[in-house]
Design a protein around this ligand. Structure first.
Ligand SMILES: [Zn+2]
Length: 446
């Protein structure tokens, strides 16, 4: 049964909206009663919602299930088929292989029942966390960060958590923000386990995934892989804190600022990036800062350079203007100030002036840029990480394995993954916009 799916804005304001949209005939019924309302998660296959209800008056003729990630501003509405009566049972199976939610997504749901006389009952919202229960997770938490791991001892978990809390301390100083909502970090022991939790079309080399809007980070870190731990945890947590600190419906954070801060915060510094930037300066192929505001280039080498430049620019701001300016910029982005206004207000420089000032710290150009024409390094579909169907619940593919940067064994994959790191940010922003545009509209998913 292809259910009718409507997207409703503002889950928090759900009840008023329902009253707004549902015909005026509806009255809250005293005769309707729900005896069972449950959700049975079965990650990664699906979630089964079940309802049992009865009416002391007219027959129950309509039941709607409204569900969605708690932190989304949308709910999906389905109308499961059931036999009308004074005692009814209804259920809906959500196939999360199709409509993907990452592990750790907080999901809310409620039911709306109507009887033959037009009276209705709306149940109180219920919530649960869509855990990946296939693994014997251990968990530790502190200050809104919850780390989950299943391979490795308690000390490994403590290492994960302490990397996270150190990052929170740094970000508190740097951008004056901390987590206001929980972030769940699922540490899988290897790539195969992690990939089994991602969408089936996730590319093989993907090094992790993150959904700042849901407060979820998924990554493969083998116990003992301190280098990966020191890169992935701080980098991803930086994105989550900045996202929570600046989330607003009107404006975003420049990608170079978001990624520059994330890379700067890594406890494992990427080796060779300073020289990469210096060489790009000598060859006159630095990417204009303005071009790194909305997205990073798809070309793997250009993407890698974008990350390196972004880190450098953020560190230039810290060195010349002081770390306090990062907090001021963050506050400006939180109030939806465009970067073209935020930079002059906070640093007294336009984007181009900041770019020029930063470039002046680099070696002068010595050569003409090499001819970069020719076949693309990677086919474009390497970057197509959006799941079929898309929509506001589209997954955010993720973060890079980084390791290739250090050992040089996977430079292409790593650079490609790095490109994703920025692309996904745009996807999330786009999804948010989409959601806004679809107020009460019909979801285009089949
Ligand atoms: Zn990133």
């Amino acid at each position: 049964m292809p259910p009718r799916r409507l997207l409703w804005a503002l889950a928090a304001a759900l009840t008023p909206l329902l009253l707004l949209v549902v015909p005026a005939r509806a009255q809250e019924s005293q005769a309707l009663r729900v005896t069972v309302s449950a959700a049975e998660p079965d990650f990664p296959d699906g979630i089964t919602f079940t309802l049992e209800a009865e009416s002391a008056g007219p027959e129950i003729v309509e039941a709607q299930l409204l569900y969605g990630p708690t932190r989304d501003e949308t709910l999906t509405v389905v109308e499961p088929e059931f036999t009308p009566g004074t005692r009814v049972m209804a259920s809906h199976r959500l196939d999360t292989r199709v409509y993907y939610y990452p592990p750790g997504t907080e999901i809310s749901f409620r039911w709306v029942l109507r009887d033959a006389a037009g009276s209705e009952l709306t149940t109180e919202p219920q919530e649960f966390v869509y855990h990946d229960e296939r693994f014997p997770w251990r968990e530790l938490q502190d200050r809104n960060v919850i780390v989950y791991w299943y391979r490795g001892d308690e000390a490994f978990g403590e290492e994960l958590l302490s990397s996270a809390t150190r990052t929170l301390d740094r970000l508190q100083t740097q951008i004056g923000a901390q987590l206001t909502q929980p972030v769940r970090i699922y540490v899988y022991a290897n790539n195969a386990d992690m990939r089994s939790a991602l969408q089936s079309n996730a590319v093989e080399w993907i090094g992790g995934a993150a959904w700042p809007g849901y407060g979820v980070i998924v990554g493969p870190i083998a116990p003992g892989d301190r280098a990966e731990l020191a890169r992935l945890i701080p980098h991803e947590l930086s994105h989550q804190v900045l996202h929570q600190a600046t989330e607003n419906p009107y404006g975003g954070v420049p990608v170079w600022f978001d990624e520059g801060l994330a890379v700067h915060n890594q406890e494992q510094r990427d080796i060779g990036w300073d020289e990469m930037v210096a060489e790009a300066a000598r060859e006159g192929r630095l990417i204009p800062l303005e071009a790194l505001e909305a997205s990073f280039p798809a070309d793997p080498e250009q993407a890698l350079l974008s990350y390196a430049q972004s880190r450098d620019v953020v560190e230039h701001i810290i060195a010349v203007y002081g770390e306090a300016k990062l907090a001021e910029l963050t506050a400006a982005f939180a109030s939806a100030t465009p970067v073209a206004e935020a930079l002059p207000a906070v640093l007294g420089l336009t984007v181009d002036e900041l770019d020029a000032e930063w470039r002046a710290t680099l070696p002068p150009q010595e050569r003409q840029p090499p001819d970069l024409s020719g076949p693309p390094v990677a086919p474009p579909e390497r970057f197509e990480e959006q799941p079929a169907g898309g929509g506001p619940f589209a997954a955010r593919p993720g973060e890079p394995p980084w390791a290739g940067l250090l050992n040089g064994t996977r430079p292409l994959a790593t650079a490609t993954a790095l490109a994703l790191c920025c692309v996904v940010g745009i996807v999330v922003a786009g999804a948010a916009l989409l959601v806004g545009l679809r107020l009460a509209g019909v979801d285009k998913r089949p």
